[in-house]
Design a protein around this ligand. Structure first.
Ligand code: GLA
Length: 391
């Protein structure tokens, strides 16, 4: 359920004792397939979801920036000057880093502003709350100051902000899905060219169900950046032999032919995952187009196996959720989704089996790990938007 414009505007009123000029919303995302391919020039297949973050904002006459989040109420209103935007180790580093990025690409803000944010994305669950916050900030700034940037540029700026100022070397998938999502569609994105296509998701037959393991992942402290480095090492070993410009430019057959050029066994497995996952993503999009949900589900299952064994970004809790799901009636396929090391699984489940699935998976998880795993039945949603606030 999205947070309403009225709610975030009322929150703005109670924090700043005036009305906002602009209200906006940006969704989180779930990736159906195509994991850890986006920084290897491959395909990804995410959709925006109907959970996300809302923002209300108004310009100020001075050069102060004020940030308040309903998700971090104890932090109160965090303030800084537009002229001293340093990254300080708290939640408002995300909006600040987007403001720094706008300035860096020729769009410095001409005055300060007041912001409130309120989100219903579970934190650290791998549903891209950081990307949603970045894209939301960009979308609200565009409306508030009339800055001529497109939603795609906002996605690219969000990724830049995350790479440069937050220190996570993420790809473009999360920001792109949050900026460009479409109701009842997934986005098939070629991360090498940024060409994309929308694929309809027919919710009358199957549902996308997310299960949250409750294991919080942290991309900075996790091995995410290591995985990226390992892929780069594999690529330079191949490129040294004049073979390839991006790992995902290789077909599985080509990879098998050239793989011995990668001396390190671990890097070779990382590259293998990227190459085969990219091929699976193309096949999955074709299967979806034909309405072959069984084939789509099998590819999801293979994706998980590869992420677990070759890419090594899963964990015991995710493996348990996936294995259990794959044994429940009416489940086409299940896999971990997002960066990994915790977070959520994504499950494609027959429509009439959804309730029983949610009950069985939570009961099994409770028995095994002693905690409740929240489940979310997702409807693919629209990308970020911001509008002038009218009472
Ligand atoms: C995180 C990153 C994305 C992508 C996924 C893995 O969500 O932000 O860019 O690399 O992990 O597919």
């Amino acid at each position: 359920m999205q947070i309403s414009r009225g709610e975030v505007a009322a929150l703005f009123g109670s924090v700043y004792e005036r009305e906002p000029e602009v209200c906006g919303f940006a969704p989180g995302r779930v990736n159906l397939i195509g994991e850890h391919t986006d920084y290897n020039g491959g395909q990804v297949f995410p959709c925006a979801i109907d959970l996300g973050i809302a923002c209300a904002a108004a310009r100020r006459e001075d050069r102060l920036l004020c940030f308040y989040s309903a998700n971090f109420p104890d932090a109160g209103v965090l303030k800084c000057s537009l002229d001293e935007l340093d990254i300080g180790g708290n939640w408002c580093d995300y909006p600040k880093s987007v403001i720094l990025t706008f300035a860096r690409f020729g769009y410095p803000l001409e005055s300060g502003a007041d912001f409130v944010f309120a989100g219903n994305l579970p934190d650290g669950a791998g549903l891209s709350s950081s990307a949603a916050l970045e894209v939301l900030t960009g979308t609200v700034l565009r409306k508030l100051y009339g800055i001529p940037v497109t939603p795609q540029q906002i996605a690219v700026f969000g990724q830049f902000a995350e790479n440069r100022f937050i220190g996570v070397n993420c790809g473009i998938m999360d920001q792109f899905a949050s900026a460009m999502g479409r109701q009842d569609h997934a986005v098939l994105l070629d991360t090498h060219t940024l060409a994309f296509d929308y694929a309809p998701i027919d919710s009358s037959k199957a549902a996308i169900v997310i299960v949250n393991s409750g294991v919080k992942h942290s991309l900075v402290s996790s091995a995410y950046n290591d995985r990226r480095r390992e892929c780069e090492a594999a690529l330079s070993a191949l490129a040294g032999k004049g073979k390839v410009s991006a790992l995902c430019a290789l077909s599985p057959e080509e990879f098998e032919r050239y793989k011995d050029a990668i001396p390190d066994e671990v890097c070779r497995r990382r590259a293998k995952h990227a190459v085969y996952e990219n091929a699976r993503t193309t096949q999955a999009a074709a299967a979806l187009q034909k309405g072959d949900l069984a084939a789509f589900g099998r590819l999801m299952n293979e994706s998980h196996r590869s992420l677990r064994d070759d890419y090594e970004v899963s964990c015991a809790e995710l493996d348990f959720l996936v294995k259990t799901a794959q044994q429940i009636d009416g489940v086409y396929g299940a896999r971990m989704t997002g960066g990994g090391f915790g977070g959520c699984t994504v499950n494609l489940v027959q429509k009439d089996a959804v309730q029983a699935f949610c009950q069985s998976i939570t009961a099994a998880y409770r028995d095994r790990f002693g905690i409740e795993a929240p489940t979310y039945i997702i409807r693919p949603g629209e990308g970020a938007e911001a509008r002038t606030f009218v009472r």
